[in-house]
Design a protein around this ligand. Structure first.
Ligand SMILES: [Ca+2]
Length: 496
């Protein structure tokens, strides 16, 4: 009896431990250790022409972006992230290849490959060459919006960067619905126009009629399909880039009459050099106050639509159980003016045009807010480091991984951006924004104390009291350009 009982106990416990072991293998311990060894996925989401001023996780109290807000609450929010060139083509070439625009002389609507040569790896290509499945959905390298979306073209993509690539065709400004052109249309005669102009369309139909809806659907499909191997998935949303097109319902929260215009400051333009007056203004676009408000409402509705698509992709990531092993990045290629100084669109090196939203969520790292200066150029080395991959030592961004553990850690003293074919420059420090037009400053300068004048109304560059500061920035700019130009590809690209 005793023997039998002992045997039974031994058998029972043997069975118990076998079951426990199996359970651990199937569901528990093995999953944890496998996750530890598993290469992290990368989900890179980039919106087009998205300014921080239109986001509720930054300074806006009217615009609503619940999905981006949720990601913000789970990741590190960067409040001082800067684009290297406030226009799609050169900004994207810079962030994808890891060089400043002046290093490669890439200032136009190209991928940037033509200037770095075949042997250098783009950001996603580094992952591809290290066993990752890499895919692009819609606009990552430059695409002309709206034309390349209308035709479903690759734009000036870099094919070598991807295992697979997908485009998301959409009707853009031709979408069915209620349309209105809100610039260069003083008599309101033209309902709509293509190209790079502010046509607003309150569209008929659902999210899937448009490019970004299709992009979210394709991205979700790829996440489900490739969840068992490491992936680098780049998801490009084209809104809120013009035309401001979204399903009607996204406009409900933004009646144009309730939009608040930035203050119109008397003599605002008097101390801005001609080169600093943006290419689209309320004046040259002949916009009435009503049209200005409609432009803002159209932009906010486009942002809300894009935000909803971001939510769909993040939901899929969660449903597939990949949140704990995926680095998520959300950003934009540059900002956008929504009537500040009566400026519209990008190109300008003023704060609203050149500063970008940036959220980086890394599994097992605490959420937070980081005010240190960062650049889009930093994404490549940062994410490579997080994934344990070795990027070329020649790329020019800096890894900001230390800010993910310590948000007060500093990576750089100044952020650097350029515009107008590389002839205009911005150096942004914690305290100052210094803008220079022409490498010799012959076309003017702007200097703003960002602690007291964050909206940049008072240009101090010609004030005698600040000449030593101007001198300092001119020296800093010369040094920075020299550093940027002294790189591993200088001779190679000049010989092409
Ligand atoms: Ca853009």
């Amino acid at each position: 009896m005793t023997t039998h009982k002992r045997w039974t106990n031994a058998t029972t416990s043997h069975i118990f431990f076998t079951m426990l072991f199996l359970k651990m293998v199937l569901f528990g311990v093995s999953t944890v250790s496998a996750q530890k060894d598993k290469k992290p996925n990368v989900l890179f989401i980039i919106s087009d022409d998205l300014t921080t001023t239109a986001l509720s996780n930054y300074e806006n109290t009217l615009s609503r972006t619940p999905n981006i807000d949720k990601l913000t609450s789970e990741g590190m929010l960067y409040t001082r992230a800067y684009s290297q060139f406030p226009v799609s083509g050169p900004s994207r070439a810079s962030l994808m290849f890891g060089y400043y625009p002046h290093a490669t002389e890439t200032f136009g609507y190209v991928s940037g490959r033509e200037n770095v040569g075949q042997e250098r790896e783009s950001w996603s290509q580094l992952f591809k060459n290290n066993g990752y499945y890499t895919a692009r959905v819609s606009k990552i390298f430059h695409m002309g919006i709206p034309i390349d979306i209308e035709t479903g073209s690759n734009g000036t993509d870099d094919e070598a960067s991807w295992t697979e690539r997908f485009n998301s065709q959409g009707p853009e400004w031709k979408a069915e619905g209620e349309a209105e052109l809100v610039q260069n249309n003083p008599y309101g005669l033209k309902p709509r126009q293509g190209g790079n102009v502010m046509t607003v369309v309150k569209a008929d139909g659902d999210d899937l009629v448009h490019s970004d809806g299709k992009t979210a659907e394709k991205a979700s499909e790829l996440i489900r399909k490739h969840k068992d191997k490491p992936f680098f998935l780049a998801v490009g949303f084209v809104r809120p880039h013009v035309p401001f097109v979204a399903p009607k319902s996204y406009f409900d929260a933004y009646p144009h009459e309730q939009m608040v215009l930035p203050p119109k400051v008397e003599n605002d333009w008097d101390d801005i050099p001609n080169a600093g007056i943006n290419y689209v203004t309320s004046v040259n676009a002949k916009m009435s106050e009503e049209q200005e408000k409609k432009a803002i409402a159209g932009y906010y509705a486009s942002v809300a639509y894009m935000d909803a698509q971001v939510g769909k992709v993040l939901k899929t990531l969660k449903e597939e159980g990949l949140e704990d092993n995926t680095i998520v990045i959300f950003t934009s290629d540059h900002g956008f003016h929504l009537g500040e100084h009566r400026f519209w669109m990008k190109v300008s090196l003023h704060e609203e045009s050149v500063r970008v939203p940036l959220i980086i969520k890394v599994p097992n790292k605490e959420p937070g807010v980081c005010h240190s200066l960062t650049e889009l150029l930093d994404l490549y080395p940062t994410v490579a480091e997080l994934a344990g991959l070795k990027a070329s030592p020649h790329i020019q961004g800096k890894s900001i991984t230390k800010t993910l553990d310590n948000p007060s850690a500093k990576v750089r003293n100044a952020a650097f951006s350029v515009s107008n074919g590389g002839s205009s420059f911005l150096l942004r420090t914690d305290k100052w924004a210094y803008i220079q037009y022409g490498e010799d400053a012959k076309s003017g300068m702007e200097l703003f104390n960002m602690e007291y004048d964050e909206k940049q109304y008072s240009n101090l560059a010609l004030n005698p009291k600040f000449q030593d500061i101007v001198q300092e920035f001119q020296t800093m700019l010369k040094d920075k350009l020299k550093e940027v130009r002294e790189n591993d590809l200088g001779i190679a690209y000049k010989q092409k």
